[in-house]
Write a protein that binds this ligand. Structure first.
Ligand SMILES: Cc1cc2nc3c(=O)[nH]c(=O)nc-3n(C[C@H](O)[C@H](O)[C@H](O)COP(=O)(O)O)c2cc1C
Length: 202
């Protein structure tokens, strides 16, 4: 049995990253229909930004937590449990000002937890979310896979770094790129992304 955690993060109505990420997750599930598909829609149900309760709570024993700290850690624990239970992650995000959406960044802030998703050992950092496959679906107005703007793609290296930090190194990036390039930009980008996900979940 293989379970999928789908994260979508674009607040834009008609989001291409959301559409393609959903299609990919559904195709992957169709390959293993017995597995669960959990969809966390970070755009429709944004997480609160991490606050003082979270930043102090993570350093305290459970019995010393204030109500605000306990609530922040409950949310974090729930998100951590979702990622640890998944075999596959599908992360859809819009490319906003050269990076990921802020609501996806909030999710990352809650799931990077010492002792739960990573730990430091005598031999260095160990990611604790090993053995998972991740797909990143990234929709952008311009082209960043190659050419002069490639160095401005801070989303892909950032997401790969975060995933590697927690132990996920098997990562594929599906770009829906150049959607603002000319009259056919969006249609061409979606067609290319659909062809790609059809090959992935063949
Ligand atoms: C506030 C804002 C900032 C954006 N910044 C960029 C950018 O830095 N580079 C780019 O190529 N496109 C940028 N775009 C265009 C989006 O990447 C594009 O609309 C993409 O389709 C968004 O993903 P979505 O379709 O999943 O919503 C921006 C769009 C918005 C609304």
């Amino acid at each position: 049995m293989s379970s999928i955690l789908l994260l979508t993060a674009s607040p834009r109505p008609g989001s291409f990253s959301t559409q393609i990420a959903i299609e990919l997750a559904e195709r992957l599930q169709a390959v293993n229909p017995a597995g669960a598909l959990i969809h966390r829609d970070l755009a429709a149900y944004p997480l609160p930004h991490m606050d003082g309760g979270f930043t102090t709570g993570i350093h305290k024993p459970a019995e010393d937590l204030t109500a605000a700290e306990a609530a922040a850690l409950r949310l974090s624990d729930e998100l951590v449990a979702e990622i640890l239970a998944a075999d596959t992650l599908v992360i859809g995000t819009a490319f906003i000002n050269f990076n990921i959406t802020s609501n996806l960044k909030s999710w990352i802030d809650y799931i990077g937890r010492a002792g739960k998703t990573f730990q430091y050992t005598a031999s260095g950092l160990e990611g604790l979310a090993k053995g998972k496959k991740a797909y990143i679906v990234l929709a952008s107005g311009g082209i960043y896979s190659e050419g002069p703007a490639a160095a401005l793609d801070h989303a892909t290296p950032y997401l790969k770094s975060v995933l590697a930090f927690i132990g996920i190194t098997d990562v594929e990036v599906i770009r829906v790129e150049g959607v603002n390039r000319g009259a056919d930009g969006a249609a061409n980008a979606v067609t290319a992304a659909r062809a790609r996900i059809a090959r992935i979940a063949a």
